[in-house]
Design a protein around this ligand. Sequence first.
Ligand code: NAP
Length: 299
Amino acid sequence: MVSESTTVLLDGKQLSKEVKESIAREVEQWKSSGGKTPHLAAILVGSDGASETYVNHKVKACEQVGFKSTLKRFDSSITEAELLNEISKLNEDRDIDGFIVQLPLPDHISSDKVINAIDPKKDVDGFHPENVGRLTLNLPAYISATPFGIMQLLKRYDIETSGKYCVILGRSNIVGRPMSILMSRNTNPGNATVTLCHSRTTDLRSITKQADILIVALGKPEFVTADMVKENAVVIDVGITRVSDESAKRGYRLKGDVKFDEVAEKAAFITPVPGGVGPMTVTSLLANTLQACKKEIYK
Ligand code: NAP
């Protein structure tokens, strides 16, 4: 039986601060040796509250590390053709090293078409099929920011993943699926035996209970309870859902996919929400943008 005091909190906020400081130093050195200022652009369509918050964090983070940033906002009435045209302008813009299109997009716009239109060399979100393919083949690639951030957390806390049984809940293209590939690759972190679960998985609890490492990306607040978790497991909670709460200043609270208090008593390592995976996602986007500027992935 493990007591609560031995549980280690994976502090993404602190690690993100350290990584940002290191990126800022690298940017300084790069610029003083004649390199250009890294430049990240973001496209935001519509005025969804959560998307606005995420994009604002990304723009603010650029300022903190000495990048240039450009935010391109469009009304939700923009047509697919118009948006694709904006993407080709960013593809051609020589000053912009990388750009992202904040998802989700309005229903009348195909996110697949939009992602496919991004030049893979500027696809710092790592969503383009070319980057996903490279990632799968263990070739240099922009790794999508959330899985990349989780890998950094595992590394920083020296968590052994080799030979461990890793269960991932959720198979989205931006989190669960790339995470499953990263954890199964012959790398460190990696070399885990991976099971990827989704809404059609039967008897989920019997699978999660065996996991040495449990990574949860469902968007279902407090879905994972203590009885689903193995003693001393590593639990990574990717979920962020706004749950209304009139007593909170903003009228809502952010909830993860894991019932934190009870699972923390059982886990050896656990991420809080907020302050776990979220801050690492933004930092990983910065790392990808710096790589794009330095042409480290695509020579
Ligand atoms: P998504 O695209 O909605 O995918 C959710 C996945 O969960 C799907 O694969 C779905 O299965 C599976 N699922 C749903 N109900 C299930 C159930 N009862 N049992 C098993 N699997 C179930 O989600 P996402 O984009 O990956 O995001 C997941 C969460 O992470 C959200 O809260 C999101 O806000 C958060 N997120 C956080 C960050 C961050 O920086 N911290 C970044 C990205 C996302 P099917 O495929 O069968 O439908």
